[in-house]
Design a protein around this ligand. Structure first.
Ligand code: SF4
Length: 188
């Protein structure tokens, strides 16, 4: 991704540059950050392209609902390699549609991911929000030094996981019940 030469990012510029460098070097995408926030093992499995989601009726229905209700429009045309659902160019806000308001921090990771890449490309500060599908509710996603530092830390962890030959051990948590890997992890 081309990065803007002039910038009003101030102190945010250096960590955002470091973040983008890791994303590009290791081909990281937004959903990986969501997986990592929920479970390191789940992120590792995704990095290894082990995918069980197609076996889940609930996830197939969720994907169809997202396609039917997503607010994606012409505002995102021409964004090489990025696929947020909607962008308010005038207000510099990126909006991502989500199926529900659950796991709020984890689902915000993907939206934050887009915001950081847009900031790198434009040299301007952006805000972010999640919209619950059907336009029922818009939830702001915090974007600031803390969030940028967390995303950079997560990109570093994902990079480590790409070099980790074995999956992190399965540790049961509340998300396991609805995770598509639960059979693999022995939590079905
Ligand atoms: S079932 Fe639980 S431990 Fe296994 S990948 Fe999913 S969230 Fe992680």
């Amino acid at each position: 991704m081309a990065q803007a030469s002039s910038s009003d990012l101030g102190d945010w510029a250096a960590p955002i540059r470091a973040f983008v460098a890791l994303v590009e070097a290791h081909d990281l995408h937004g959903l990986l950050f969501q997986h990592l926030d929920l479970c390191e093992r789940r992120a590792w499995l995704h990095l290894q392209r082990v995918d069980y989601a197609h076996l889940e009726e609930r996830m197939k229905l969720g994907a169809v609902a997202h396609e039917l209700h997503r607010p994606r429009d012409r505002s995102v045309e021409g964004l090489m390699g990025l696929a947020p659902d909607r962008i308010d160019w005038a207000g510099r806000e990126v909006i991502e549609a989500k199926g529900s308001a659950g796991a709020r921090r984890a689902v915000s990771m993907q939206t934050l991911f887009y915001a950081l890449l847009l900031m790198a490309a434009t040299g301007r500060r952006w805000s972010a929000a999640n919209e619950i599908v059907g336009g029922r509710k818009k939830l702001p996603v915090a974007v600031g030094p803390e969030e940028i530092a967390r995303m950079l830390e997560m990109a570093r962890r994902l990079e480590e996981l790409t070099r980790t030959p074995l999956a992190p051990p399965a540790a049961r948590k509340s998300i396991c019940e609805s995770c598509s890997y639960r059979f693999l992890c022995g939590f079905a």
